[in-house]
Design a protein around this ligand. Sequence first.
Ligand code: NDP
Length: 293
Amino acid sequence: MFQLLDGKALSLQIKDELANEVRQLTGEGRRAPHLAAVIVGEDGASMTYVANKEKSSHEVGFTSSVYRFAERTTEEELLKSIDFLNNDPEIDGFIVQLPLPKHINEQNVINAISPDKDVDGFTSVNVGRMVLSEEAYLPATPMGICTLLKRYGVETVGKHCVVVGRSNIVGTPVANLLSRKGFDCTVTLCHSKTQNLAELTRQADILIVAIGKPEFVTADMVKEGATVIDVGIHRIPDDTKKSGYRLIGDVKHSEVDKHCAWVTPVPGGVGPLTIVSLLQNTMKAYKRHEGIK
Ligand code: NDP
């Protein structure tokens, strides 16, 4: 019988912990932590993500602000605004919602964020610090996966972790974090050119799937008793739902779950922990700015 790595429940618990901390800090007469978001254009998924981040910020008592820019905004204009946010002492951390319109160079914009306020952990400086195991803001989704494994007490030391997908925001950093001292996994990182993928995934004690292909991982690709982390999120049209769609992952849960020891559901697995990690990074930035240990 599998056990759920319930990201929704854990996120509520961590949000409660953060809200208590904020209450205590503001009770002492301090300002609340402040998370800002920059969004360019009107992409539906991006607007939903930013709205969720804003809602979560308010739930824990953070100040939150959103800077909205038209699709036609130039890179230069955007860089000026980033400079403004970097220098605003009232803002502890901010994120630039990706993707950006095609005429803007994403890496230029990300690297313009002060590493000190880069609570998404996407700047080259923070990525470098992470790889060297220095103090860094860790990217939110990999950090959320680590929190799930840690808080649910999933054994990682000496385990074989297979990560499928090598993106800069999920696969590559999570592979790095889990191979570090503390987690001590032996990590295999797979991608679209990997040969005999199923042979590798079947060896995984911990299988992390972040490829962006609906229900790609089937039961024959998973070892009995494995821990499976499904990062994928896809909207599938569904007339039986009020919203008109349902969410599914990169793993075919209807057949995989019964073979697992631990598994993340979709929705309610990795997603809620991603937002919580952003809040935790903002709290960390706030404490640094306020000189609080
Ligand atoms: P990307 O599209 O950036 O990367 C996908 C990766 O999967 C690439 O490395 C690609 O390989 C690899 N890949 C694609 N097809 C295969 C295949 N057939 N076999 C093996 N590897 C393959 O995706 P992201 O990492 O940004 O996102 C992955 C999924 O996670 C998406 O569904 C996304 O929506 C979701 N997501 C969820 C988050 C959450 O909070 N829950 C946060 C971020 C993402 P190659 O490099 O060779 O092209």
